[in-house]
Design a protein around this ligand. Sequence first.
Ligand SMILES: Cc1cc2nc3c(=O)[nH]c(=O)nc-3n(C[C@H](O)[C@H](O)[C@H](O)COP(=O)(O)O)c2cc1C
Length: 175
Amino acid sequence: MKKLVVIAHPHMDESNVHRAWKEELLKLNAQDITVHDIYEAYPDGKIDVASEQRLVEAHDCIIFQFPVYWYSSPALLKQWEDDVLAQGWAYPGKYALEGKSITCAVSAAGSAEDYSKHGKAGHTIEEVLLPYRLTASFIHANYLPSFAWYNAEGISPEHLKASLPAYISFIKKLV
Ligand SMILES: Cc1cc2nc3c(=O)[nH]c(=O)nc-3n(C[C@H](O)[C@H](O)[C@H](O)COP(=O)(O)O)c2cc1C
């Protein structure tokens, strides 16, 4: 199972969570995990669609790793979806991601309680991530349960440290 982690964080130099998650993934130096930071790859925002499509084709599972921004993703990930999941490649007819898996690994300022039916957000993180599930379904991919780390803004060193084995275990268990 080859896994492609597509990381989207517009200010990686100011990040606590995603910088640490990225470094932890790179430290694994795993043959079956490709770490792909799209803001680093495309500082001008111009995505090389053919190159991204080749990357996706070479993997079985795509993990979108990002901080929740306005109950969605940072902008370049949306651009990535709009550009890379092109008609004629991702759908219809060809369905390049058919049988592949898709999931998300996100961090959020809100607490787990906030992201519940009766919490401040009034919706779970899986509900917030519904566009990814629906997109996966549309392009005939399988959507797997996501990974979420809450209370991630101004995160304490202890809480950040605890996120690392939890995140790596999530990535390793994806099948
Ligand atoms: C523009 C922006 C929008 C944000 N929107 C949300 C949001 O809708 N829900 C939420 O829980 N956190 C939100 N946050 C908080 C980020 O998710 C949080 O700071 C991030 O997950 C921490 O990860 P990092 O240390 O890698 O930056 C937002 C932060 C920014 C900068």
